[in-house]
Design a protein around this ligand. Structure first.
Ligand code: F3S
Length: 292
């Protein structure tokens, strides 16, 4: 019998788990329930919630039609303006922003109020970054790579008379940003001796999931990665595992599994992307257990 190893970090991170549980708890309390955008990028979970009467608000027009009930925000947070917009509907607002993201909102709010320039290291179109930007009272610069960091550090801030003037800069990062790239960018931003308050706000969940997946795949005869077709973090997990184990499968549910065991497999590894619910992981585990 082969040993089945399921990664402890497979599936939902703390923040997503918390947000999804919040919605189920609100459903129990009753009344019209809305989520501001899909609570998670997993069609099965969203469909299940829909069956329970949870409606996804997809546009400003839909929001304008809401005058009561409960609106729940997503784990990656919203801007201050959106927050105000939701409150203006008169609905009860339940903030399911991940506490790690909320902390970044506070840092940006406080430091911009103190007159610091705000830099976010991350992807400028990601909803988490858009949300963070919205808590600053000064214009924000989003930096994705070392070239942009260099450009930024060479600029003069408005009102400066010479490039040697001191600048006060507060730097935060998108929670899922790559730690090595973050260090490289910080090295450039601190080069000129400006007053740089650097807050590493990267969340370890993604890194831990990837490190554990790699370790399991390196000893597995078969590795299974469960995740949504359009989930980029799942695709990344697959890529990491495939490098370690040629027999790596990328599936959405157990139904996609088409294994042909050679009979001498010792270890079967399982991991899952950030938006894969526990029950889907368990179903795959049970299915595999029956085969090996
Ligand atoms: Fe998840 Fe919160 Fe980290 S949503 S990835 S635990 S910042």
């Amino acid at each position: 019998m082969a040993e089945i190893i399921t990664a402890k970090s497979a599936g939902f991170c703390f923040g997503v788990q918390r947000a999804v549980e919040t919605v189920y708890e609100e459903v129990k309390k009753g009344g019209p329930i809305y989520t501001y955008g899909p609570i998670i990028h997993n069609e099965e979970v969203v469909a299940d919630l829909e069956k329970k009467g949870v409606h996804v608000i997809a546009s400003d027009e839909e929001l304008a039609d809401i005058h009561g009930g409960t609106i729940i925000t997503r784990s990656h947070g919203i801007s201050r303006e959106e927050d105000e917009k939701l409150r203006a509907t008169g609905a009860k607002c339940v903030d399911a922003t991940c506490p790690f993201v909320k902390r970044i909102h506070r840092i940006v709010e406080e430091n911009s109020a103190e007159g610091y320039e705000i830099v976010i290291i991350g992807n400028p179109v990601h909803p988490e970054v858009r949300g963070i930007m919205g808590w600053s009272s000064v214009p924000v610069t989003v930096i994705e790579n070392t070239e942009q960091a260099r450009e930024f550090i060479e600029q003069k801030t408005p009102g400066q008379t010479s490039a040697s003037d001191q600048r006060n800069i507060c730097v935060v990062s998108q929670t899922t940003f790559n730690a090595n790239k973050f260090e490289e960018i910080i090295a450039i931003l601190t080069e000129k001796g400006y007053n740089v308050r650097c807050m590493n706000t990267i969340c370890n969940a993604t890194h831990e999931r990837q490190t554990e997946a790699k370790a399991i795949a390196s000893k597995a005869d078969i590795m299974i990665v469960i995740g949504g077709r359009s989930s980029s973090n799942s695709a990344k997990l697959y890529e990491i595992c495939k490098r370690e184990c040629a027999n790596t499968y990328f599936i959405q549910t157990w139904r996609d599994l088409n294994l042909s065991p050679a009979g001498n497999e010792q270890i079967i590894g399982i991991t899952a992307g950030a938006s894969t619910p526990k029950n889907i992981i368990e179903e795959v585990q049970n299915y595999v257990r029956a085969d090996f």
